[in-house]
Design a binder for this molecule. Structure first.
Ligand code: 5RP
Length: 218
């Protein structure tokens, strides 16, 4: 089984958590693209979606799924999204696709975070994947210096502007043993919009695509 087939297995298995008539929170990335395809197959049974990126919005609309503004929705039953890394505490690094801020907002209004990954994303300690930080452009150098003080090695993601018009610093060489503490510390730096640690709001359910099919941990 290829990595993409494992992503597909995880994405389709997440349909089990979608209630009839509901509005579904939808993340971003190649694993989520499989989930969006799966949603398309039941589009007449759902009310619509709240999306975490322009890319996911376009894909949802292309399949005829209505996309609601986050401000018009009081809450969501589920938010389905991928991750770049996930540890045994269900804390994640996200933002490989630069959609971390909108992902954090949609996750915040959902009762349940369903994380869909292939088996390569599971780690014991977060940090091998560079931690994305969304930064207001004028704060780039200041935030980079502060991230160095926290022990990281920030690298400017050249040529990338987020959907919110900001830049991304990818922080290399962090061994993240206290993800909640680091999430709070980075978010407290002036000029940081948010960082890709999803530790305070981790995953509630993890669906892992494996060569044997989707493994669900509740
Ligand atoms: C985008 C994300 C994605 O969920 C993460 O990068 C995983 O992507 P993929 O499913 O393509 O491996 O956080 O900002």
């Amino acid at each position: 089984m290829t990595q993409d087939e494992m992503k597909k297995a995880a994405g389709w298995a997440a349909l089990k958590y979608v209630e009839k008539g509901s509005i579904v929170g939808v993340g971003t990335g190649s694993t989520v693209n499989h989930f969006i395809d799966a949603l398309g197959s039941i589009k007449d049974d759902i009310k619509g979606a709240v999306s975490s990126s322009i890319a996911s919005t376009e894909k949802l609309k292309g399949l005829g799924i209505e996309v609601f503004d986050c401000n018009d929705v009081a809450g969501l039953d589920v938010y389905v999204d991928g991750a770049d890394e996930i540890n045994p505490h269900r804390e994640m690094i996200k933002g490989g696709g630069a959609a971390l801020t909108r992902e954090k907002i949609v996750a915040a209004i959902a009762d349940k975070f369903i994380c869909i990954v292939d088996g390569t994303k599971a780690v014991d300690v977060l940090g091998r994947f560079p931690l994305p930080v969304e930064v207001i452009p004028m704060a780039r150098s200041y935030v980079a210096r502060e991230l160095v003080k926290l022990g990281g090695d920030p690298v400017y993601r050249e040529g990338v502007l987020t959907d919110n018009g900001n830049i991304i610093l990818d922080v290399h060489n962090m061994r993240i043993t206290d993800a909640k503490d680091l999430e709070s510390k980075i978010n407290a730096i002036a000029g940081v919009v948010t960082n890709g640690l999803f530790a305070h709001r981790g995953a509630d359910v993890v669906i892992t695509g494996t060569p044997e099919g989707a493994k669900i941990e509740e």
